[in-house]
Design a protein around this ligand. Structure first.
Ligand code: NAD
Length: 251
């Protein structure tokens, strides 16, 4: 049956940035589809655990601006739930500053969380998938700024363009192990990440006017794409960045 292909029963996922926003929505989608989830976030994912239950969702508090937690994350997933099948690289930050004054600190911080750790966590997950022998799924959260330049966010644009690129690189090298590497590019979603934009009346109106769907997206809007890319239904989808953007890119 076609719906069985979307079933995540028996699967174990790591979702970074699981305490709020899009990562919380993805964790919820996976648990509803039958998976066990280890969440990773800067502040404790207590609210997510309350929502999903302790049997289905455990969490780790870690700072992904360095590579230090990478090994612990993979080991904790395997020790807690016995294996690892899915990694979602969702944790990400944005720093807004005119490019002419943009600081090295804001460059390094964003690149480290959004790109450097994302790659090395993916590498560690892929090693675990290869060791287990049954393939696996890696899904990274990209952005409209994987395609466009944006304004006042040079390190964010650099990092998200890199996410789209290395998603293809990893897919090219790891497809032979049954590992699917893909990304989701959300449009403009109502989360903490866009709080400053939504608070700026002019920018907010300009953005809203350009979205064909006529509204900001919500974490629920990503649930279908996340489950698809995590499930058997996407076994022949490799290296693609799927926009979930209310039509933004088509304009
Ligand atoms: P958010 O700010 O609510 O969530 C960011 C998440 O990243 C949080 O869970 C936080 O714990 C985690 N995080 C940030 N820095 C971390 C660190 N150093 N260590 C560990 N965890 C860290 O925003 P969101 O919109 O839910 O963002 C999720 C992802 O979606 C990000 O990668 C973001 O760039 C991307 N995204 C968001 C939008 C949007 O419109 N909201 C659009 C495109 C892409």
């Amino acid at each position: 049956m076609i719906l069985d292909m979307f079933d995540l029963g028996g699967k174990v996922a790591v979702v970074t940035g699981s305490d709020t926003g899009l990562g919380q929505g993805i964790a919820k989608a996976f648990v509803e589809a039958g998976a066990k989830v280890l969440g990773v976030s800067r502040s404790p994912s207590t609210a997510t655990q309350e929502m999903l239950g302790e049997d289905n969702f455990k969490f780790l508090t870690a700072d992904l601006s360095s590579l230090e937690p990478v090994e612990t994350i993979i080991n904790t997933a395997v020790e807690t739930f016995g294996r690892l099948d899915i990694l979602v690289n969702n944790a990400g930050i944005i720093k807004r500053e005119d490019s002419i004054d943009f600081s090295v600190e804001n460059w390094d911080l964003v690149m480290n969380v959004n790109c450097r750790t994302l790659f090395f966590l993916s590498q560690a997950a892929a090693k675990q998938f290869i060791k287990q022998g049954g393939g696996g799924k890696i899904i990274s959260v990209a952005s409209m700024l994987s395609y466009q330049g944006g304004i006042r966010v040079p390190s964010y644009t650099a990092s998200k363009s890199a996410v789209k690129g290395i998603t293809m690189t990893m897919a090219n090298e790891w497809a032979k192990y049954g590992i699917n590497v893909n990304a989701i590019a959300p449009g403009y979603m109502a989360t903490n990440n866009t709080q400053a934009l939504r608070a700026d009346e002019q920018r907010s109106a300009a953005i809203l006017e350009r979205i064909p769907a006529g509204r900001w997206g919500t974490p629920d809007d990503l649930m279908g794409a996340a489950v698809f890319l995590a499930s058997r239904a996407s076994d022949y989808v490799n290296g693609f960045t799927l926009a979930v953007d209310g039509g933004w890119l088509g304009r």
